[in-house]
Design a protein around this ligand. Sequence first.
Ligand code: KIV
Length: 265
Amino acid sequence: MKKTTVAAFAKRKAAEEKLVMVTAYDAPAARIAADAGIDILLVGDSVAMTALGLSSTIPMTMDEMLHHAKAVRRGAPESFVVFDMPFMSYQADDAEALRNAARALKEAGSDAVKLEGGAEVAPLIAKLVSAGIPVMAHMGLMPQHVRAIGGYKVAGRTPDEAARLLAEAREIEKAGAFSLVLECVPAALGKSITDALTIPTIGIGSGAGCSGQVQVLHDLLGLGGEGVPRDARPFPASGNAAKEARAQYADDVKKGVFPAPDNSF
Ligand code: KIV
């Protein structure tokens, strides 16, 4: 499969072809997503909550994210992989942010980085882009700000807040981001931001008017555990299938049906 490029994203938006992104944290999930024709694999810091049993994304470190990103690259050598910059890997100072973002490309072979923030990160985005590091921005609900916001809340509900988000999205585009994740903003705002920009928006809980969608793999598979978030829909009973596979395995071992002679040497 031919690898997608940063330039292709704006063209896809212009051609009104939806972009599809899903999180991947390990090699087999990356390979399955690549085989399924997913455009973009996101090594999301959501791995903290989905796979590592943490209650927020805050504890993730650069080294931990790199560990997952390397596995994703090994599983999907030709896919467009976005590396999610973890909390405090880019906020403290620009030089550290540049060095950390470079590690994502050099050590993990990722194609781009993603970082959360509005107008305040626009100058950093410009520096990263001019250093040759493609940036996907992330606005709306920003999980790394959960302590400050006091929970996971829909963003941009009031007219003032919506106008601020739209203005900041324009600044992000001007700074050179090649795409923008919009998390949990009202559908009407998702559409107006999308219409106002040339770069594609990738929505999660932000309506069908975005240029593409992203889902957290475990929500998509129904493996979330504590119910399905409103922005997600588990696709054909995969959570059940995963549970049934384990149950069947246990059953077959107990019955002596597994391993069969074919599985033995
Ligand atoms: O970490 C993640 O999975 C994300 C998505 C929710 C966009 O940032």
